[in-house]
Write a protein that binds this ligand. Structure first.
Ligand SMILES: [Zn+2]
Length: 290
């Protein structure tokens, strides 16, 4: 199994289905695997599991104590286990350990992202728009997916060279990169320290709940790469969850007037960010996944 295979299996599974209601109702997927959905109070950190009977019908149980976005993701993850015929390894590793999680779990997460954020419509929404937290917030409301899952999908499908990086107080946990960034061979290594000079580094040092953006030299994040370019980094820090994430990208249309435009855009985004962090935490919390 590999990522491309999982994606193509998900798209085969979705082909011909009416996807117009999936942001509120996943029964088109649930029915296709002959399952029914139940919500129950499960233990903390337990997101869901599936019981399959001898007649081939299944019951998917998800944890009603978790946020609705999480429940929807768990439902599609469980459908992934059924369609891909991959066994569960739900007890082994905490969700923060991206590197150590069992492969089957990662493939089912990839499958779930395909189901919840269908390629064609999501790609249309991402196309021609510069990456920003505002875009991620809008799409996470539209598709009813978590901030992290949406941000990963935005960077995966963006035409901008960009990356979404999740961190704890000392190291990089995970980075998802757009195709253009991959083609440029720009690489953010997981399990490495958060680089000094980054926006994230300063936010973590101050250790207050905050969001900030700035233009910084690209070699702060990409040391073994082309020198001399700047990138924009938008970062959010949540000390109470020991979580920080950054969206970084290169501006494609660098022109002589760009510094002025960039400044204006950043000011607007700062306003959005400040407004946003006063509200509900757009982050799934530190629970074990499934
Ligand atoms: Zn699983």
């Amino acid at each position: 199994m590999d990522e491309v295979t999982v994606q193509s299996k998900a798209r085969q599974f979705m082909a011909g289905l009416d996807l117009s209601m999936i942001s509120t109702d996943l029964s088109v997927y649930i029915n296709k695997v002959k399952a029914r959905l139940k919500t129950e109070e499960l233990g903390e950190g337990e997101s869901g599991y599936t019981l399959t009977k001898r007649d081939g019908t299944s019951t998917i149980i998800v944890n009603e104590l978790e946020r609705i976005q999480r429940q929807r993701f768990s439902t599609c993850h469980e459908i992934g286990h059924l369609v891909l015929e991959l066994g569960s390894n739900h007890e082994e590793t905490p969700s923060w350990s991206y590197v150590k999680r069992h492969e089957n779990e990662i493939w089912c997460d990839v499958f779930a992202a395909e189901l919840l954020m269908p390629y064609d419509s999501f790609k249309r929404d991402v196309d021609n728009e510069e990456p920003s937290f505002d875009l991620v917030e809008r799409l996470s409301r539209k598709y009813r997916t978590s901030f992290a899952a949406t941000a990963s999908r935005v960077t995966a499908l963006s035409d901008y060279p960009c990356a979404f990086i999740t961190m704890d107080s000392s190291v990089i946990r995970h980075a998802s990169r757009s195709v253009p960034l991959r083609k440029l061979n720009a690489w953010v290594a997981p399990r490495t320290p958060i680089p000094p000079g980054s926006v994230a580094y300063d936010l973590i040092k101050n250790d207050e709940r905050s969001a900030e953006s700035s233009t910084i030299p690209q070699d702060v994040w990409f040391s073994d790469w082309l020198q001399g370019y700047d990138l924009v980094e938008l970062s959010k820090h949540y000390p109470e969850y020991n979580e920080t994430f950054s969206l970084i990208w290169f501006e494609v249309d660098d022109g002589p007037d760009e510094p002025v435009n960039t400044f204006r855009r950043e000011s607007q985004m700062d306003g959005e960010l400040l407004k946003e962090i006063d509200g509900v935490l757009p982050w799934p919390g530190k629970r074990k996944r499934r």
